[in-house]
Design a protein around this ligand. Structure first.
Ligand code: 1CP
Length: 343
């Protein structure tokens, strides 16, 4: 049976628009909170293949999405490279920050795949559990976004430490980025070898980077990963998400070679339809906060997006991930609206 999401990502849309949602697994679902409560540490939870596979499948049982996204986190990559990563309740991720040459010397690809092996096991489990028409999505963070956490030591508003290292010590910063490119390419290849049908690269913090560094910090590392993954797996679509990159979305597509892009909430749809969608499949882009209030305004906005992008390959998604306060019944209404729409 053919997978409609996978076919659409390859540029062959059908009558129905396939859908999946960023953060479709997570705290807005009571059944997620129940499984999550059985493991204290979030990292250990991500490294538990049975639990990670279970929470990946939970939203599909409720809403029948066309895609299942592997449950894991972008910060497993620095953990696999030997950095100390942990999550604190209420304040998010924490890492022992990478500041000096000695800190970078501590990071290594040796032992990386053993450390993250549970992720590959989760993918393999999901491959066996999913119906043949469902697309299994693997993912990783893009080097720039992962580097912001590694260098700042936490989530931050303006990624000050990473930007300052990028400008002030480009050699040291470049070593971190090169290591991330290599680790991320290998990590995505292993997910594909374990059964992922397509992969997404999340550059959540690509916003508002000056064009003089956008090339070095976003375009080139992403292109290097795309080239490496494609050399081994030429038929696996790669989705990029340079979130809030504005007009740079066009260069992102032209220069990285991705097969699809995820549109953030701010991308104007006429522009996307005319400038991006003739080159690649687009995903997006309803505001996750509109799914919190739901009702007719959410349905109207979903139809507006479906209509605006109906002349090319489109995968319906959010402009960013679901927030924990999302009422599950609103996700049901949104899913039905997309499922019943015909191009
Ligand atoms: O227990 C919990 O609910 C903790 C919340 C949570 C969840 C559900 C975190 C902590 N990570 C995840 C899973 C996750 N993270 C997935 C798989 C699930 C799915 O999509 O259904 C994915 C793809 C991610 C990716 C991720 N993690 C990104 C990129 C996408 C995005 O949202 O921009 C980022 C930036 C992270 C870091 C992260 N993980 C978790 C938190 C609280 C954060 C920090 C976010 C921040 O700095 O604002």
């Amino acid at each position: 049976m053919s997978k409609i999401l996978l076919e659409t990502l390859r540029g062959n849309p059908g009558e129905r628009v396939p859908f999946w949602f960023m953060r479709q697994a997570g705290r807005y679902l009571p059944e997620y909170r129940e499984v999550r409560a059985t493991t204290k540490s979030f990292m250990e939870f991500c490294y538990s293949p049975d639990k990670a596979a279970e929470v990946t499948l939970q939203p599909l049982r409720r809403y029948g999405m066309d895609g299942a996204i592997l449950f894991a986190d972008i910060l497993l990559v620095p953990d696999g490279l030997g950095q100390n990563v942990w999550f604190e309740v209420g304040s998010g991720p924490k890492l022992t920050p990478v500041k000096t040459k000695a800190d970078v010397d501590q990071l290594s690809l040796t032992g990386f795949h053993d450390k993250v092996d549970a992720v590959y096991q989760t993918v393999a489990k999901l491959k066996n559990m999913l119906p043949p028409e469902t697309t299994l999505l693997g993912f990783a963070g893009a080097p720039w976004t992962v580097a912001t956490y590694m260098i700042d030591g936490a989530g931050s508003k303006d990624h000050a430490a990473a930007r300052q290292m990028g400008y002030g010590d480009p050699d040291l910063f470049g070593r971190i980025m090169d290591l991330l490119v290599e680790a991320t390419a290998q990590y995505l290849c292993k997910q594909i070898e374990a059964g992922a049908d397509a992969v997404q690269i999340f550059d959540s913090w690509a916003a508002a980077l000056p064009e003089s560094v956008f090339d070095d910090w976003v375009l080139r590392p992403t292109k290097a990963i795309v080239d490496k993954v494609r050399a081994k797996h030429p038929d696996t679509p790669i989705i990029g998400f340079p979130r809030l990159a504005g007009l740079q979305y066009a260069r992102f597509i032209a220069e990285t070679g991705v097969d699809a892009v995820s549109l953030d909430t701010g991308v104007p749809l006429d522009w996307a339809a005319n400038t991006l969608q003739d080159k690649v499949c687009v995903q997006g882009n309803i505001d996750p906060h509109l799914v919190v209030s739901g009702g007719q305004p959410m349905v109207d906005e979903a139809i507006r997006i479906l209509e605006a992008l109906k002349n090319g390959p489109h995968v319906f998604n959010l402009g960013h991930g679901f927030v924990p306060e999302t009422p599950p019944e609103n996700v049901a209404l949104l899913s039905d609206t997309i499922r019943n729409y015909r191009r």
